[in-house]
Design a protein around this ligand. Structure first.
Ligand code: AMP
Ligand code: GLY
Length: 428
């Protein structure tokens, strides 16, 4: 098969790495890719959200399967357009991607189909929003309805913070059109976990559980990021809990979406809060998590390509996946300053040595480019995902940090405590 992966982050590098290992893959392309992906795939200089260009390219090249990494092109309808052009594409249609593209849509679906989630209201009017906030009090959560690059959520600890967040979105237009409507919801307490499932419109096949770390600094301090590291398995996600999440949240979502005439095909990423009343849905994402995908791909024993094809073809009910028992852990190396302002174009050294020194280590590139003289350059906020396997999370963690310490990049930083919850559980 000729396969095209769309995207340029660590998630897409991990997908390319897994796809390139498949005997079914004859040629691998990636749009636009990065310097690490270029070692596995032929990179084509097309932006991930340039729907017309990608559809045209895939048709000209007679691509057999397109795998879409990020949410933006999904919400823009890339999969619909590819399907119309007769090209198999992994990922939900625009109608189904609304699950991530509109938080209000997701909440209404939960209300209609009895899926446990935080109590909420939808608002376009700031007076009504303020009245609702005053009525419910703090803590309370204010969310931009649309895609806001992970920045649209305020978990307000005070009334003022919540009132300001509503005003920022509805009056100051801080998130543009994505914040013209907001969702205000009850603040849930508990531990956060994520569940991933391949869905073919009818059947949902759970993947291994993974957990990420959203805060920028050690001890879960500092600003929220796209994710500073992840590990799998997640000890908080027992088999019993997973069965409950599939029964009460994932399957009802798939059934509800089918009922709504928007069958969900692709990977569903459910962000959950484990509350005293059981698991509740925080959000649905319509793609793999980044960096959760990196640890899932390291642990996947089965060939990824048939799983993707079975998802697109609607035959998951007869499908199964096998996983390595080993734990996987990834440490994100980011440019100093991320998630705020950071420098681009700084030189990274020692990557090959760090990768080669331990066969259990794989370094995925999240934001890199290659200078004319061959030097590796940082080209984004999150730059490298140093990923390792181990018999348990503690061993994977030790191996990943040994590799991090071999990398020579003074302008980068990482958290030193990725996996701390799981390691503490293992010690206990
Ligand atoms: P979201 O993008 O909706 O997942 O929100 C980003 C983060 O905000 C989540 O990972 C949670 O840490 C937090 N969050 C979102 N909704 C709630 C809620 N209802 N209660 C508490 N925390 C929340
Ligand atoms: N790591 C969280 C996300 O991909 O949204």
């Amino acid at each position: 098969m000729k396969i095209l992966v769309v995207g340029s982050g660590g998630r897409e590098h991990a997908l390319c790495w897994a796809i390139a290992a498949s005997p079914l893959c004859e040629k691998l392309l990636c749009a636009p890719g990065n310097a690490g992906i270029a070692e596995q795939a032929e990179c084509v200089d097309l932006a991930a959200d340039d729907v017309d260009a990608i559809v045209g390219f895939a048709a000209r090249e007679a691509v057999d399967l397109v795998v879409v990494g990020p949410e933006q092109p999904l919400v823009m309808g890339l999969v619909d357009r590819l399907t119309e052009a007769g090209i198999k594409a992994f990922g939900p249609s625009a109608g189904a991607a609304e699950l991530e593209g509109s938080k209000g849509f997701m909440k209404d679906l939960c209300a209609k189909y009895g899926i446990p989630t935080a109590a909420y209201g939808r608002f376009t009017d700031v007076e009504a929003a303020h009245a609702f906030i005053r009525e419910h009090g703090a803590p309370i959560v204010v969310k931009a309805d649309g895609l806001a690059a992970g920045k649209g959520v305020t978990v307000a600890r005070s009334l003022d913070e919540a009132l300001n967040a509503a005003e920022d979105a509805l009056i100051e237009e801080k998130f543009g059109a994505a914040g013209a409507e907001i969702v205000i919801e009850e603040c849930l307490e508990g531990e956060e976990v994520s569940v991933f499932a391949l869905c073919d419109g009818t059947t949902a096949l759970p993947l291994a559980a993974a957990q990420d770390h959203k805060a920028a600094f050690d001890g879960d301090q500092g600003p929220n990021t796209g994710g500073m590291g992840a590990y799998s398995p997640a000890p908080a996600m027992t088999d019993e809990l997973l069965a409950k999440v599939m029964r009460t949240i994932v399957q009802p979502t798939i059934d509800g979406m089918a009922e709504e005439g928007r069958p969900y095909r692709g990977v569903l990423f459910a962000g959950l809060m484990l509350t005293a009343d059981g698991p509740k849905l925080l959000e649905h994402n319509v793609r793999f998590g980044d960096p959760e995908c990196q640890v899932l791909m390291m642990r996947l024993k089965s060939d990824l390509v048939p799983a993707l094809v079975a998802t697109v073809d609607g035959v998951l009910s007869t499908f199964d996946l096998r996983w390595y028992e080993d734990a996987a852990l990834t440490v994100v190396m980011a440019a100093k300053g991320y998630p705020g302002r950071y420098e681009k174009g700084t030189v990274i050294g020692g990557i090959d040595a760090a990768d080669d020194a331990d066969e259990n280590v794989t370094i995925f590139h999240a934001g890199t480019s290659r200078a004319a003289d061959g030097k590796l350059l940082a080209n984004g906020g999150r730059v490298l995902n140093v990923t390792a396997l181990g018999r348990n999370v503690a061993e994977a963690q030790a191996r990943a940090y040994r590799a991090v310490d071999r990398i020579d990049w003074p302008q980068g930083f990482c958290r030193r405590d990725i996996g701390w919850r799981a390691v503490a559980r293992e010690l206990a």
